[in-house]
Design a binder for this molecule. Structure first.
Ligand SMILES: Cc1cc2nc3c(=O)[nH]c(=O)nc-3n(C[C@H](O)[C@H](O)[C@H](O)COP(=O)(O)O)c2cc1C
Length: 280
């Protein structure tokens, strides 16, 4: 053993060790450089201004814009925040709709309102599909009910179906054919420029979700009722049905209309201010 250690500590071997160390360090350094180059750009990271200025194939989401004076909020709601709270506190998820028609113009305004939502780098990564055709509503219902049957029977955990019991929901979705309108909201996971290049859609899910929040407030302000639904596993089939491109993914599906006269809702209580507000 002693002879072996003495042998390894021999000057000849030290030269070999140093050479091996230098080669290994060089290899590690080169490899880390290559990995860095291969890494895709961060989903949410913004390129710095130098990167935007060069002639690379990076295409900015937002072109240079002039900055203009802003006069502050000039349109306000009579009664202000209190009235707004009373309005949205009156909203309930409705699962039984009347056949009473809804003027299309109202829906257009609600969707315009949704389209005012803030979005990551002003990419506006949303598409609102408004369905009034009975035939398409029936096809949507067929797709959703078939998947929801499997969801309730197999995919959802016991805990999940137990949590849903107070809502008395199941795989049968009459509202998909009785509601005068369905709005299917798609998030655009990336954008496409005229030259076919992809454009990053930062925070596309958060942006589209905020837009949906504005949409349901606008519907409520118009005296309409709605239901936010997220039919599990139905996105791809509904995207194909509506002929939406592959960069669009279904976020939510809302039946919209007026509540049926005999509509009931679970007697839910909302959290108090004390439970949701933390002050510092
Ligand atoms: C993200 C999200 C997904 C939802 N998905 C469904 C759904 O698939 N089916 C359904 O009947 N309700 C769905 N709801 C409605 C909730 O059950 C409802 O908002 C909740 O019970 C509170 O009732 P409220 O909206 O009347 O205040 C969903 C709500 C949200 C926000």
């Amino acid at each position: 053993m002693g002879i072996l250690i003495q042998y390894l500590l021999d000057w000849e071997f030290w030269r070999l060790y140093v050479s091996l160390f230098v080669v290994a360090s060089a290899l590690i350094f080169l490899r880390s450089k290559r990995i860095k180059r291969k890494l895709p750009p961060l989903q949410h990271g913004a390129p710095d201004s130098e990167e935007c200025d060069d002639d690379s194939d990076l295409t900015p989401a937002l072109e240079e814009k002039e900055h203009i004076p802003f006069a502050g909020a000039t349109v306000t709601l009579p009664g202000g925040a209190k009235t707004f709270y009373e309005l949205v506190n009156n909203r309930r998820s409705i699962r039984k709709f009347s056949l009473k028609p809804v003027p299309r113009e109202i829906l257009e305004y609600c969707i315009r309102a949704a389209g005012t939502s803030p979005s990551g780098a002003h990419t506006e990564p949303w598409t609102f599909c408004l369905v009034s055709s009975d035939d398409i509503k029936m096809q949507v219902r067929d797709i959703v009910e078939a998947e929801e049957f499997i969801n309730y029977e197999q995919r959802m955990s016991k805990e999940w179906t137990c949590d849903l019991r107070p809502l008395r929901t199941n795989h049968v979705k009459d509202y998909l054919t009785t509601a005068p309108y369905l709005i299917l909201v798609f998030k655009q996971t990336y954008g496409l420029r005229d030259d076919g290049k992809r454009k990053q859609h930062y925070y596309n899910e958060i942006s589209t979700s905020i837009a949906v929040g504005i949409l349901i407030c606008a519907l409520q302000a118009a005296g309409l009722n709605s239901l936010v639904t997220t039919p599990l596993n139905c996105g791809p089939a509904l995207r194909l049905l509506l002929n939406r491109p592959s960069n669009e993914k279904l976020l939510v599906l809302l039946p919209v209309g007026y509540a049926a006269d005999d509509c009931t809702v679970p007697d839910l209580k909302r959290k108090s201010l004390n439970e949701i507000l933390v002050e510092y």
